[in-house]
Design a binder for this molecule. Structure first.
Ligand code: ZN
Length: 207
C-alpha cells in the first residue's frame, strides 16, 4: 500500500463503504464486496476485478492500482458529477446504506458501462484518436499514470506506432523506467513484445 493511500484510508469508489477489499485494475479504483458483484456482472471488458486480500499480485501491478486509486483516477469516471455546470440533474453517487438493487447497480452500470459521467466536453470530442494516441505516447514517460488512464479512456491506442519516433508508448515507458505506465498499457492491451523501428522489444530498454 502506498503512503498516500494510508494517509487517507480508502473507501469504495462507487458507494464510499470503508475498507474496500477489491480493485478494478483497468479502472484504477478500489471497491467493496457488494459493488464488486456488479463489476463482475458487467464482464472483464468493462471491469477487471481482483481481490486485494486473496489475489496473486505482481508488485508493479499492485503499485499501479494504488497510485491510480490514491491520485483520484475515480474522478475520470465521475467527472461530470463533480462539475455543478455539467451535473444539471444533480446526480449523486449511492451512499453505503443504499440498496444494491437498484441504486448501486444502476449507478455502477451508468458509470462504467455507459460512461455517463466522463468528460464529454467539446474539446475532447474534437481530438482524433491519432491526437490522443500521440499524447499518450509522450505522457507515458512521466509518472502521471492517471493522465494516461484518462487518455486511454478517451480511446488512445495503447499499441499506437508513432511513425516519426519509430516506437510505441510501451517502448517509451520502459525506456523512462515507468513500470506503472508499462503495467497500465498492458492492462489496456499493449503488446509487451512489440518491436520498435530497430526491431527491439520494450524489455530491451527497461532499466
Ligand atoms: Zn461499494
Amino acid at each position: 500500500m502506498s503512503r498516500s493511500s494510508m494517509r487517507h484510508p480508502p473507501v469504495c469508489a462507487d458507494c464510499t463503504v470503508s475498507e474496500p477489499t477489491w480493485a478494478s485494475i483497468n479502472r484504477g479504483v478500489l471497491i467493496c464486496d457488494e459493488c464488486c458483484s456488479v463489476h463482475r456482472s458487467l464482464g472483464r471488458h468493462i471491469s477487471q476485478v481482483k481481490s486485494l486480500k486473496k489475489g496473486q499480485w505482481c508488485p508493479s501491478q499492485h503499485a499501479m492500482v494504488y497510485i491510480l486509486a490514491s491520485n483520484g483516477a475515480n474522478n475520470i469516471w465521475e467527472h461530470t458529477m463533480l462539475d455543478p455546470a455539467q451535473n444539471k440533474h444533480g446526480r449523486r453517487k449511492p451512499a453505503p446504506r443504499d440498496p444494491l438493487h437498484p441504486n448501486k447497480n444502476d449507478f455502477i452500470r451508468a458509470k462504467y458501462q455507459f460512461l455517463s459521467f466522463v468528460n464529454k466536453h467539446k474539446d475532447s470530442d474534437a481530438s482524433s484518436i491519432d491526437d490522443v494516441s500521440r499524447e499518450l505516447h509522450s505522457s507515458v514517460r512521466t509518472n502521471n499514470v492517471e493522465t494516461c488512464l484518462r487518455l486511454l479512456s478517451k480511446g488512445a491506442d495503447p499499441n499506437y506506432f508513432y511513425r516519426e519516433k519509430g516506437n510505441s508508448p510501451i517502448h517509451v515507458a520502459a525506456q523512462a523506467g515507468q513500470t506503472a505506465q508499462v503495467e497500465l498499457l498492458c492492462v489496456y492491451g499493449a503488446d509487451p513484445g512489440a518491436r520498435d523501428a530497430n526491431g527491439r522489444p520494450p524489455y530491451d530498454y527497461a532499466k
